[in-house]
Design a protein around this ligand. Sequence first.
Ligand SMILES: NC(=O)c1ccc[n+]([C@@H]2O[C@H](COP(=O)([O-])OP(=O)(O)OC[C@H]3O[C@@H](n4cnc5c(N)ncnc54)[C@H](O)[C@@H]3O)[C@@H](O)[C@H]2O)c1
Length: 312
Amino acid sequence: MNNIKIIGVAGGGTMGSGIAQILAQHGFKIIVTDIAEKYLENTKRIILLNQKTLISEGLLTEKQAHEELKNISFTTDKSVFRDADIIIEAIIEKLDIKQDYWKEVEEIAREDCIFATNTSGLSINDVCSKLTNKKRFIGMHWWNPPHIIPLIELIKSTETTEETVQLLTELVEKIGKKSVVVLKDVNGFIGNRIQFAVYREALKIVEEGIATVEDVDKAMKFGPGFRYPVLGPFETSDLGGLDTFYYISAYLFDELSDAKQPTKLQQELIDNNNLGVKTGKGWYDYSDGKGEAAMERRDKNFYKMLKHIHNN
Ligand SMILES: NC(=O)c1ccc[n+]([C@@H]2O[C@H](COP(=O)([O-])OP(=O)(O)OC[C@H]3O[C@@H](n4cnc5c(N)ncnc54)[C@H](O)[C@@H]3O)[C@@H](O)[C@H]2O)c1
């Protein structure tokens, strides 16, 4: 880990900009590449905006922000990756583009450079299928916004070595985040499998008229959601009693949603262009500035949680 000095970030969009920022904050030299200058301008804009909020929340000083920026360089020329110790790819989520991209990078990068893809859900085996050396390739799934959310999932392909996993585990620890290792190359990794199991059940509860959208959100935030930052599902069941959880599973599992496709209600919302904050309406109404207010509320609460983590 001590030999890791230069990290390449491919794609400076929503994820790449935050990834570059948090790594630079911890002293790594970062090279961000993208396909055109205009996208790199966007990367700089996002980083400055994130820094401004972090400063106003007291989570970053002006001096740290300045140092952080000095550690990041921006270019459209990916041949700079020849100097990188690790390359993290956060380009468009299209399998063929990622496969060709990594093939090109393999011709540029050093033999000992580690390759990590931030794919949301593509198979890690598929993403690296065109590479000659797959041992140094790994999935590194950051959560949005990457400079705030602590979790990073490390996903093994069938060929990823333990050394590769170990190195990235140490990197994650060094930047103050939390890693988990996904031992099999499966869709949704850990976090999204659980998140979507919850979403699928929430949809069923609403679609069957068991409760309103508002009450499902409220139940989650003040019940299970209140527990989750402190206890995972296994810790919860240990404390609750495994026999009790077993008896509940025996009558409840059969009733839970096992929908194999997105539901009718989801389809209706999509068909009516009710896509949430971005179109002004989803499950809730976000017209007349209510969307911006919802995002501000979310960010304020995220920052409160981040401060709590910093202080503990
Ligand atoms: N947005 C999320 O919530 C989220 C969360 C976790 C993982 N991801 C994954 O991260 C990756 C990036 O997502 P995003 O939301 O940042 O996308 P984005 O569209 O905001 O950014 C992608 C960037 O990659 C650039 N790009 C595209 N092709 C390129 C190429 N060949 N070479 C270099 N740069 C290229 C684009 O110009 C753009 O700036 C995707 O694989 C996505 O699935 C996204």
